[in-house]
Design a protein around this ligand. Structure first.
Ligand SMILES: Cc1cc2nc3c(=O)[nH]c(=O)nc-3n(C[C@H](O)[C@H](O)[C@H](O)COP(=O)(O)O)c2cc1C
Length: 218
């Protein structure tokens, strides 16, 4: 399969068959993340790879508990929005329970060129914060790693869904990993999750903008 075919075939997958990964298949996918480009080759990622159903379910409990806390407050203010939030949990997060693997992608801050230089010359805090968070090269690194994994999964006959919809439970998820002694490094924070498995049935993908609408050619 060439890269163009993998790009064309990739779509978000939210329905999976029961097919499991071989160790080699899953390692190849995660390894594609490892090989992604990153600013100053910082490789500011860590991949928590979960195939154990019990762990996936425990994580779901953590997410649901946080969801409930937010939802219960929302209901008092806006029932419709609370209902939408509940549907989102069901349709755009919990499907990961049926994926053969869930990768929780952790990242740490990457201080880009210009950050320390501004600091040294007493640069304005807001400019430094912009460099770090608005342009966020650290998160761009993470995105490159995730995209690599999604494309590698395609070549091996799998599909995936990149997810940030559980990020509101990030602190609780990090605490869960820590409590269980699975992962404990305060420098890292949760960035996203990637559900991966064999796609089941036909999967729709939304239309994309036209090339001329997203480009400026000079
Ligand atoms: C950063 C990011 C976060 C996303 N979060 C979620 C999510 O939490 N749940 C979900 O079901 N899909 C999520 N998606 C998938 C998008 O909805 C999907 O990529 C988009 O609708 C385009 O569809 P396609 O992936 O099939 O091309 C996310 C995608 C990205 C890149």
């Amino acid at each position: 399969m060439n890269v163009r075919d993998a790009i064309l075939e990739r779509k978000s997958i939210r329905k999976f068959t029961d097919r499991k990964f071989t160790k080699e298949e899953l390692e190849t996918i995660i390894d594609a993340g490892r090989l992604a480009p990153s600013g100053k080759n910082s490789q500011n990622w860590h991949f928590i790879v979960i195939t154990d159903q019990k762990v996936k379910e425990e994580l779901a409990e953590v997410i649901q508990a946080k969801h409930k806390t937010i939802h219960d407050e929302m209901v008092k203010l806006d029932e419709k929005k609370a209902e939408r939030f509940a549907k989102f949990l069901k349709h755009f997060t919990m499907f990961y329970l049926n994926a053969a693997a869930l990768v929780v992608v952790m990242g740490k801050n990457y201080y880009p060129t210009g950050y320390y230089e501004y600091e040294l010359i007493g640069g304005k805090e807001n400019i430094m914060q912009d460099l770090l968070y608005k342009k966020n090269p650290g998160m761009q690194n993470i995105g490159a790693a995730i995209e690599n994994m999604t494309l590698q999964a395609i070549e091996l006959g799998f599909g995936s869904c990149w997810m940030t919809s559980a990020n509101y439970a990030d602190k609780e998820i990090e605490a869960y990993f820590k409590d269980k002694n699975y992962f404990d490094d305060d420098e890292y924070f949760m960035c996203a999750m990637l559900a991966i498995g064999e796609p089941e049935g036909e999967n729709k993908t939304p239309a994309k903008k036209n090339l001329e609408d997203v480009t400026t050619w000079l």
